[in-house]
Design a protein around this ligand. Structure first.
Ligand SMILES: [Zn+2]
Length: 486
């Protein structure tokens, strides 16, 4: 069982965005208690995410408040001018220019809390698969990834609904939460909340919503008005869809029975009672999801590095790259391998050495960003026979050429990966019967810590392979785990 910290109770408070008049619920949840061994701190990613809740949608508070770019994933900018408004709808909040990249290549590593029953797990996976009808979405079991979706069932008497979710993978290498209390396990609700987890906002909070319906705030209690705030998180939006599984029904939050809070405008009256009643995604929902996840495979838009050349690297960088590679191996856009970077229960060392050392490291050294560098990896994988064989008729991605500042012989790193795996198993090492595998997946943290942090940086500072390897074993012998075994 994972030893993550529990979230504190969710309680609506006026905070953070009060200047916008937005009622939000803010909560602080513990970050991932990701794989306990070796005891590593993620230097710049393990900070505890603080959420801003808008209705049942959770956003990264730091991104929301600062309007800054976090790892290129989610960009938020407050509107500088009040939007033109000819309607009677009070504006609570509007954001522009928010783009969202979604989970890496549509692959969502999922971890269920112990309280989620086998039947509920099966239902969740079935609904995830159904979201993949048109979009390349795949839910996989989390092995030891630091970035994953945690399915939990918290409940609290003070919380109006226990069905809520973060919107997309807002931050990398972090546990993000979808909460499905016992009242949430209906198809329509799981589709809706998982829609959020995959990156969707509410249809009725689209910025062009007022073209299609009017909101009657007179019947909406003050503390629920935030649920009609306008947001713009999705690109492109596609046609407005009253029947979307992400749309609320006409009476949502109405305090007056029989009086709707949302009324379709002229020309759309046929949706007056049917809006928001879908039990499953519409064709337009599926199309929008496909559009969201097709993005990573569009032509690369860069030719030059965004940053300066470098010869020093952080472990986090490679941890992130390996998790991306694992996702691309598993993705329907990528190699479609069920085990991702695992072969026969063990890590695919050749894959890691080839793509992370040969291509990713080289691109990073040239000054390409982590995002750009991984796109290089993906582009090169699309040029392999394996990818072409699995994607007949599709064009491989082209990528710019470059001269690496740092390059090593792949064979050397392949050998060190195998040595490390053996040392993990051996009597004089960590005595782990599965070596560098955790739950059938690569031990991402172990590889990042010893191979990238220690070995690579030793080699970059001029140490010989032998000396660098000795530093690795010395470092492992200094861990509590090693000491406990010896
Ligand atoms: Zn929702």
């Amino acid at each position: 069982m994972r030893a993550g910290k529990a979230c504190r109770a969710w309680a609506p408070v006026r905070a953070g965005l009060a200047q916008f008049g937005l009622l939000v619920a803010v909560s602080v949840c513990g970050a991932a208690g990701a794989a306990a061994q070796p005891a590593l701190q993620l230097d710049d990613t393990g900070s505890e995410p603080r959420y801003i809740q808008v209705d049942d949608q959770l956003f990264d508070a730091a991104v929301f408040e600062a309007g800054v770019d976090v790892q290129g994933q989610l960009r938020v900018q407050p509107r500088t001018a009040a939007p033109a408004d000819s309607s009677n709808v009070e504006r609570f909040l509007a954001f522009d220019n928010i783009t969202f990249g979604g989970w890496d290549y549509g692959v969502v590593p999922v971890e269920f809390d112990a309280s989620v029953t086998p039947t509920q797990r099966a239902m969740f996976m079935r609904i995830c698969q159904a979201w993949g009808r048109n979009a390349p979405i795949t839910c996989i079991e989390r092995t030891s990834q630091s970035g994953f979706l945690s399915v939990q069932k918290q409940s609290s008497a003070s919380v109006p609904s226990t069905c809520f979710s973060t919107v997309g993978q807002f931050r990398r290498l972090t546990r993000v939460v979808i909460n499905l209390g016992d009242n949430c396990w209906a198809d329509s609700v799981v589709f809706h909340e998982l829609g959020h987890a995959l990156g969707f906002q509410h249809e009725h909070q689209r910025p062009d919503r007022d073209t299609y319906l009017s909101v009657n705030l007179d019947v909406v209690p003050d503390n629920a008005r935030y649920a009609f705030a306008l947001l713009n998180l999705r690109d492109p939006l596609g046609p407005y869809d009253f029947l979307s599984v992400m749309h609320y029904s006409a009476g949502a939050f109405s305090s007056t029975p029989g009086t709707p809070s949302m009324v379709p405008r002229e020309g759309y009256m046929s949706y007056a009672t049917s809006m928001g009643t879908s039990r499953e995604p519409t064709g337009l929902d599926h199309e929008a999801m496909a559009n969201l996840y097709r993005v990573p495979m569009r032509r690369l838009s860069f030719t030059a590095p965004l940053q300066g050349a470098r010869t020093q690297f952080s472990r986090t960088d490679f941890l992130d790259a390996m998790e991306r590679l694992h996702a691309f191996y598993a993705s329907r856009m990528g190699l479609q391998r069920d085990g991702g970077l695992s072969i026969g229960g063990g890590p695919d060392f050749l894959g890691i050495a080839t793509w992370i050392f040969d291509v990713y490291l080289a691109a990073r050294s040239r000054g390409f960003s982590s995002e750009q560098s991984f796109q290089m990896v993906a582009a090169d994988i699309t040029r392999t026979d394996e990818w072409r064989g699995k994607h007949p008729g599709e064009s491989p991605l082209a990528r710019p050429g470059f001269t690496p500042v740092v390059s090593f012989d792949r064979q050397e790193f392949l050998q060190v990966l195998q040595q490390l795996d053996a040392f993990y198993r051996s009597p004089e090492g960590l005595q782990r019967p599965n070596g560098l595998s955790i739950a059938g997946g690569p031990d991402f943290l172990g590889i990042a810590a010893w191979l990238f942090d220690v070995y690579l940086n030793q080699r970059l500072s001029g140490a010989s392979p032998n000396v660098a390897w000795t530093r690795v074993t010395d470092a492992i012998r200094a861990t509590d785990e090693w000491k406990a075994r010896h």
